[in-house]
Design a binder for this molecule. Structure first.
Ligand SMILES: NC(=O)C1=CN([C@@H]2O[C@H](COP(=O)(O)OP(=O)(O)OC[C@H]3O[C@@H](n4cnc5c(N)ncnc54)[C@H](OP(=O)(O)O)[C@@H]3O)[C@@H](O)[C@H]2O)C=CC1
Ligand SMILES: CC(C)CCC[C@@H](C)[C@H]1CC[C@H]2[C@@H]3C(=O)C=C4C[C@@H](O)CC[C@]4(C)[C@H]3CC[C@]12C
Length: 313
């Protein structure tokens, strides 16, 4: 009670203080806000698809979903693409479509990213094909269930290898080429890699790991004056075939379009942004609430899912 009263007293004191200083405040605040807005407006570098013309790009997990759409956008922009996933037949079709759409060249390599040797071989293939690399888009993920955590530790180990360690292995192999070209690394992550979302514990762990590793690496690159950008892409629910199969029964709204999502990822990488939030408000607002009212965000998240449709084991 005493605490509340002192807090209210403090608040009224602040209000009185600011009211009496309103004139002064307006004199400082208005020009300051104006300056910030002008800076944001004029410093906003615009994206031009020409930026990707002739660039050499690796896209992982590009046989379906967002990765497939990224390959098509890059092809339309005239980039060289090397795509990966496990299923050869699907990759072959994507490569054919990329060439029809205008890719400077299109190649694929198939295999599972559980195998770190494959992660390294894909980068070696880029060196062999093009002699360098401009953009590395890390997007693939292993199979994820959407349910109560089942206690399977081996599943987490395997998922960490596919969703996290292979990203690190590819980055280590690609860094010399990216340093040479002043290139970019794009890491596709999720809202579940920033906030606690139920039913995706193993997946969420791998996405939080990506944030830790790549945000730290970004700092080191800046300290060492190395001009390789790292863009962490924080995505909300996107309407890919896999996502619809996995979560349509618990979601109250449809997912955002995968084509637009894919373009936003490429755009933010080309502009060397630190992070991308897509869809913007659906991702940004929970992140703003996260550090100030975590319990509120937790309950908001639980209430926005049709939890009753998740089978209890
Ligand atoms: N869709 C969504 O709602 C959201 C997606 N994201 C992120 O976006 C990215 C793409 O997701 P989305 O397009 O939905 O996923 P998809 O399931 O459509 O695509 C996953 C890709 O990864 C490949 N893949 C699967 N297992 C392996 C493996 N062991 N080794 C190598 N490649 C593998 C798949 O091909 P194949 O099976 O042939 O190997 C496929 O090309 C992911 O990083 C995901 O975390 C983030 C937030 C929301
Ligand atoms: C504040 C709330 C509205 C938040 C709810 C948003 C939740 C439900 C959203 C945000 C991120 C989404 C998952 C994701 O990142 C990637 C995949 C991989 C895909 O193969 C299968 C679907 C899955 C698990 C998505 C499931 C739905 C998730 C958890």
């Amino acid at each position: 009670m005493l605490l509340w009263r002192s807090a209210l007293q403090g608040l009224s004191f602040l209000c009185l203080f600011f009211c009496s200083r309103m004139g002064l405040l307006l004199k400082i605040l208005v020009p300051f806000v104006g300056l910030v807005l002008a800076f944001c407006f004029y410093s906003k570098e615009d994206f031009n698809p020409e930026m990707l013309k002739g660039k050499r790009v690796i896209v992982t997990g590009a046989s379906t979903g967002i990765g497939e759409q990224m390959a098509y956008h890059l092809a339309r922009m005239g980039a060289h693409v090397l795509i990966t996933a496990r299923t050869e037949a699907k990759l072959q079709k994507v490569v054919t479509r990329c060439l029809e759409l205008g890719a400077a060249s299109a190649h694929f390599m198939n295999g599972s990213m559980e195998d770190m040797a494959l992660a390294e071989d894909v980068v070696k293939e880029a060196k062999h094909l093009w002699g360098g690399l401009d953009m590395l888009i890390l997007n693939h993920i292993g199979y994820t269930y959407f349910n109560y955590f089942d206690g399977d530790v081996e599943h987490i180990r395997k998922l960490l290898e596919i969703n996290f360690l292979s990203y690190v292995a590819m980055t280590v192999s690609a860094l010399p080429m990216l340093k040479e070209s002043g290139g970019s690394i794009l890491v596709v992550s999720s809202k579940a890699g920033k906030i606690g979302i139920p039913f995706v514990a193993p997946y969420s762990a791998t996405k939080f790991a990506l944030d830790g590793f790549f945000s730290s690496l970004r700092q080191e690159l800046i300290i060492k004056n190395i001009s390789v950008s790292i863009t962490l892409c924080i995505l909300g629910h996107i309407a890919t075939e896999t996502a619809e199969k996995t979560v349509s029964h618990v979601m109250q709204k449809p997912g955002a379009p995968k084509e637009e999502c894919a373009l936003e990822i490429i755009r933010s990488g080309a502009l060397r942004k630190r992070e991308l939030y897509y869809p913007y408000t659906a991702v940004r607002i929970p992140l703003l609430i996260r550090d100030w009212a975590p319990e509120f965000l937790d309950s908001l998240t639980r209430n926005s899912l049709n939890v009753e449709n998740v089978k209890k084991s």
